[in-house]
Design a protein around this ligand. Structure first.
Ligand code: GLC
Ligand code: CA
Length: 563
C-alpha cells in the first residue's frame, strides 16, 4: 500500500510569514523553518504543508501569486527552498506546497497583459465582462466584502475576483490556462515536492453565463456560490490534471473545498476517482455562524459538532478520505473556539486533539496548536493586517456606520489574524520569533504559552500531542477501523468508538467544565480493557462502564475480544 502513505500521515501546517524569522526583518522565512526542523521531527509529524511561498505582492499574504516559479523574496531564494527540501527529505519529512490557481495576483504578467487590451492573447485567461446598466456584470459578492467584480478603465470592462480585487479569477475553461497550471505544477513536482494543498479548488469551474445569485440584499448583491462552487466542469478538470500531472508522481493532494457535502466529497476524493486524495470540508467550521455568515456570531452546540463530524465519518468510510482539522490560517484558534483558553487551556487543548486525531482521516495540526496557542483580542483595528478584516471594517464601519465595538468583537472571535500572530518559541523578547519588529503583534500571552515552556513540561499540550501521534503510528488499525458515535444526544460528552474485527477503541471527551457521568451503552463484550491515554491521572484504569469526567477530561480505551 505504498501509494497510500498519506492515509497514515500526520500533517503540520506552517504559515511561513509567522513561523520563524531568521534575519531580523520581522517576517518569517525559509531559513527560519529550516532551523526548526529538529523541533518538528521531534513532534513526530510526517508532512509539512507550507502556505504559499511564491513571489507575491502580499495583498492576501501570498495567496495572490505574481510568479509561480519564484520564491517570495521576503522568504528567501530558490537555493533556500532547495536546501529546505533536501534537509526535510533527509529527516524523512515530506513537503506539501500550497497551489493557488483559482486566481493569480493582478500583478501576475498574465493579468498585466490581459488587462492591457481586449485583443490581448491573454485576455481570455481571466473572466472579463461588460457591465450591465452601469453596474457589475452580475450581482455576485466577493468573499472579502463588496462586489466580486472590478471595473478596469483601460478596456472599460469588469473582471471577476471572488476574493480581493488583487486576486482576479483565472478562466479554467480556457485550455491554455489549464496547460499553464499543469506546467507550473510539474515545475515543483520535478523538484521533488510531495504534494499540493489546492486552494479553493472547487471554485475553478463557473456556470456559463455567470447567472445572478438569488436572494439579493438591499443593495442588490447576492451570494453566487451555487454558480461557482462545485461547478459543471470541475471534475473534468481535476481528472485531466490528475491524468496529465498527478498520476505521474507519488504525491498527496488535498483540496480546499468550501461548500461540499459528503456526496460531493466522494467525487473529489473518492477512491478510484483519479481526482484528489482528500478534501477539507467546512461544515463543522460553520456551526458557530448565523444566517448572516461568518461574522454573524452564534454559540455552537456540541450536538451539532458531533452530528456533522459523525456524518462525514460515516459517509466517507470505505469510499473516500477525510481530512481532520479544527484550525488553520483562516480560522480562529481551536482551543479558543471549541475549548477553554483560560483555566482549562491545557486540558481542553489535549481533549480537542484526542477527539479529532483518533477519527478516521489524515490529521492536520496548525502551527502553535500543539502548544495550545489562543486567540488574540487586539484593542485597535490598526493592530490587524488581514485583507479580509480590513475590507470588513471599511465596508461595515467606515462606509456602513456599524458599531465599531461590535465589529471589533466579531474580529476578536472570528478574525483570521487570530491564527497569524507569530509562533511563540520562548518567553524571550518577541517570543524569539524575531529579533526585529514583527510584521504583526504577538499574542501577549507568549511569556506563559511558548515552545520552550512546553518542551520542558512533561504535562504540556506539546508532549501530549507527541504521545497521540505516536499512538496513531503504533496502531495502524486506527487508519481503517469503523467509526461509530455513541450517546449522540449528550450535550457535554463526545464519545465514539473505532472498531475493527476483535479490537475496539473507545474515545470519551468532555467538551465543557462540568463533571458529567459517562455511562457506556451495553454492547459487545471485551475481555481486556486498557486505558491508553488520558489528560488527567486515572486511578482505576479498567473502570470503563461508568465514571465521572472532570472538566475537559478525555480518555482513550483499547478493548480486545479473545476468541
Ligand atoms: C483560501 C485560503 C485563504 C485565502 C483564499 C484566497 O481560502 O486558505 O487564506 O485568502 O483561499 O486565496
Ligand atoms: Ca525574515
Amino acid at each position: 500500500m505504498a501509494q497510500d502513505w498519506w492515509k497514515s500521515a500526520v500533517v503540520y501546517q506552517i504559515y511561513p510569514r509567522s513561523f520563524m524569522d531568521s534575519n531580523g526583518d520581522g517576517i518569517g522565512d525559509l531559513q527560519g523553518i529550516l532551523g526548526k526542523l529538529d523541533y518538528l521531527q521531534d513532534l513526530g509529524v510526517d508532512v509539512l504543508w507550507l502556505s504559499p511561498i511564491y513571489d507575491s505582492p502580499n495583498d492576501d499574504n501570498g495567496y495572490d501569486i505574481r510568479d509561480y516559479k519564484k520564491i517570495m523574496s521576503e522568504f528567501g531564494t530558490m537555493e533556500d527552498f532547495e536546501q529546505l527540501l533536501l534537509q526535510m527529505h533527509r529527516r524523512g519529512l515530506k513537503l506539501v506546497m500550497d497551489l493557488v490557481v483559482n486566481h493569480t495576483s493582478d500583478e501576475h504578467p498574465w493579468f498585466v497583459e490581459s488587462r492591457s487590451s481586449i485583443d490581448s492573447p491573454y485576455r481570455n485567461y481571466y473572466l472579463w465582462r461588460k457591465g450591465k446598466q452601469g453596474r457589475e456584470p452580475n450581482n455576485w459578492l466577493s468573499y472579502f466584502s463588496g462586489p466580486a467584480w472590478e471595473y478596469d478603465s483601460t478596456t472599460q470592462e469588469y473582471y471577476l475576483h471572488l476574493f480581493s480585487r488583487k486576486q482576479p479569477d483565472l478562466n479554467w475553461d480556457n485550455p491554455t490556462v489549464r496547460q499553464q497550471v499543469y506546467d507550473l505544477m510539474k515545475f515543483w513536482l520535478d523538484k521533488g515536492i510531495d504534494g499540493f494543498r489546492m486552494d479553493v479548488i472547487n471554485h475553478i469551474s463557473k456556470v456559463p453565463g455567470l447567472p445572478d445569485g438569488s436572494h439579493p440584499n438591499e443593495r442588490g448583491y447576492a451570494w453566487g456560490g451555487e454558480f461557482f462552487a462545485n461547478g459543471p466542469r470541475v471534475h473534468e478538470y481535476l481528472q485531466e490534471m490528475n491524468h496529465q500531472v498527478l498520476s505521474r508522481y507519488d504525491v498527496m493532494t488535498v483540496g480546499e473545498t468550501g461548500g461540499v457535502s459528503p456526496s460531493d466529497a466522494r467525487l473529489y476524493a473518492g477512491f478510484n476517482r483519479q481526482e484528489l486524495n482528500m478534501v477539507f470540508q467546512f461544515e463543522h467550521m460553520n456551526i458557530d455562524a448565523g444566517p448572516g455568515g461568518k461574522w454573524d456570531l452564534k454559540p455552537w452546540k456540541l450536538t451539532d459538532l458531533k452530528q456533522v463530524l459523525s456524518r462525514w465519518q460515516q459517509e466517507l468510510h470505505g469510499t473516500a478520505w477525510n481530512s481532520l482539522y479544527f484550525g488553520n490560517h483562516d480560522q480562529p484558534r481551536s482551543v479558543s473556539r471549541f475549548g477553554d483558553d483560560g483555566l482549562y487551556r491545557v486540558e481542553s487543548a489535549k481533549m480537542l486533539a484526542t477527539c479529532l486525531m483518533l477519527q478516521q482521516g489524515t490529521p492536520y495540526i496548525y502551527q502553535g496548536e500543539e502548544i495550545g496557542m489562543t486567540n488574540v483580542d487586539f484593542p485597535s483595528i490598526k493592530d490587524y493586517r488581514d485583507v479580509e478584516i480590513m475590507n470588513l471594517w471599511q465596508e461595515q464601519v467606515e462606509q456602513g456606520g456599524a458599531d465599531p465595538a461590535k465589529v471589533l468583537h466579531a474580529i476578536h472571535v472570528k478574525g483570521r489574524d487570530n491564527a497569524r500572530t507569530p509562533m511563540q518559541w520562548s518567553a524571550d523578547a518577541h517570543a524569539a520569533f524575531t529579533v526585529g519588529e514583527p510584521w504583526i503583534k504577538l499574542n501577549p500571552n507568549y511569556p506563559q504559552v511558548n515552545v520552550a515552556q512546553a518542551v520542558a513540561d512533561e504535562n504540556s499540550v506539546y508532549h501530549y500531542y507527541k504521545r497521540l501521534i505516536r499512538l496513531r503510528k503504533q496502531h495502524p488499525v486506527l487508519v481503517d477501523a469503523r467509526y461509530d458515535l455513541i450517546l449522540p444526544n449528550h450535550q457535554e460528552i463526545y464519545a465514539y468508538t473505532r472498531t475493527m474485527e476483535t479490537e475496539q477503541w473507545l474515545v470519551v471527551c468532555n467538551f465543557f467544565a462540568g463533571q458529567p457521568e459517562f455511562v457506556l451503552p451495553s454492547g459487545d463484550f471485551y475481555q481486556t480493557t486498557e486505558l491508553v491515554l488520558s489528560n488527567y491521572p486515572v486511578l482505576d484504569s479498567a473502570e470503563v462502564d461508568r465514571f465521572n469526567l472532570r472538566p475537559y477530561e478525555c480518555r482513550v480505551y483499547r478493548r480486545v475480544q479473545h476468541v
